[in-house]
Design a binder for this molecule. Sequence first.
Ligand SMILES: Nc1ncnc2c1ncn2[C@@H]1O[C@H](COP(=O)(O)OP(=O)(O)OP(=O)(O)O)[C@@H](O)[C@H]1O
Length: 489
Amino acid sequence: MIDDADSLGECIMCIYSKPLQQKRRCFFQITESTKHNYRQNKKYTAAGSVSGSVQVCETTDCCVGYYRIINGTPKADILACDRIEKSCPDETCKAQTRINNQFLTCMCNTDLCNGNITWGKEQTSHPYSYFSGMAVKPLVGILLFMCFWIVVAQWRSCLKKKSKCANYQQEMHTGSDSLLVYVLQIVGRGHFATVFQGTYQGSVVAVKFLPAAYEHNFNTEKEIYELLLSKHTSIVNFLGAGRKPDDKSWFIVLQFAEYGSLHSFLSKQTTSWMFSLNLCQSLSQGLSYLHSDLLSHDLHKPPVAHRDLSSSNVLVKADGTCALCDFGCSTILRSCSEPYRRHNQNKNTKCIQLGTLHYMAPEILEGFVNLNESMFLMQGDVYALGLLLWEIWMCCYDLFEGGAAPQHLLPYELELGSNVTLESLMLYVSYMDKRPCIPEHWELLPQGAALRELLEDCWDSDSEARLTAHSVVERITSLQSSYSLSDIK
Ligand SMILES: Nc1ncnc2c1ncn2[C@@H]1O[C@H](COP(=O)(O)OP(=O)(O)OP(=O)(O)O)[C@@H](O)[C@H]1O
């Protein structure tokens, strides 16, 4: 049973900030060592009026502290009011995350509470983070170990039943009906699933198999596909789902995307300006549709946050447009038009720990996202969308001199290497407020300024300042009409 207050609090249309009775006062300090980080410092300075070492917070009730550990003692780098409203239930400033064993962050909700940080040398977790109550490193280790054994087990069973895995006809059950699917070769693997190319009713399809233990991911993904009302061209088409009778694995039958994932597409080829715009436009339309709250002929499609957007979870179809896939980590959000609907408040921590780290928004990396707040989840998707647009344009030969686009790289791969860790990302993205490098020569292109502005408005560190997916679609439409190929040559 959902009470009114609860539904109001989570309703995306009705988010409001409660007026503060008395403004919070926090210690204020920005040290020389952080002066390079002009953008972030400016935002902290703007968070309230400063008088000497005290800041009176304008809109938030939380004080923050960023500390650097020097000779085993934390020294304050930044002390200020928080820039945006977040949950900070602690009265004292307890160290929440330790970055590279060098940096600590803390948040608290009493006057001048950020002047002192409480920390233990072993303290690394944050009570409100996605990793709540767990030590991240051992957990990731255990999960990676489990994944390794799942892959080994699948590979061994594949070897045993080689003829079956390679090419077999399988009658699969969807409750009352059965699907006759002819399964051919493997076309992709994720953390949970193995995807095969197959045929169903004479058409080429993709069949995604999830091991029997992943019922939760299967149910979430199936539920999302089933509620997506009328089919949208930028969401991969769902054809059926069920359970294999022999090994009890789950399967989902989907439209086959001829070019595979966006990641594999961009790794193999570069694109023209117009082609890149089609990819970006269809991708943004897919996300805008996913986030939309639609009511049509008594059918309701509530907003959905994807929560695991990456270039491996976007497909490229034969017509050169993108389609979103992999909704196993998605969350159905509450909307004002139907407040009492049952919602899958998906708090599956496996998703976040196994999802591609590169695309995690700073507030998610820091663990400051309340999973019940719809807006935060959608803003996290828009951050990932910004990184995906950057990935696509970095592979567009028309945007590089002599038509030589660089080799495809994931966001932050250039800056942090191929083995990006949670700690290195937190340091780079969250603490230093850095983003993937936008080539300087783009400023000289007619559309360069618009591209930069669009990317920066998607990946802003202030999640509330980010564009909505719908406004990204509008910006790309105006790029399409303003800059044709002849303009940029
Ligand atoms: N409909 C499709 N058509 C073609 N290839 C597909 C299709 N669906 C998935 N794939 C391929 O299979 C890969 C894994 O699929 P998917 O992302 O759904 O699996 P997952 O285990 O849920 O992934 P993740 O690790 O992101 O959770 C994709 O990256 C893509 O290469």
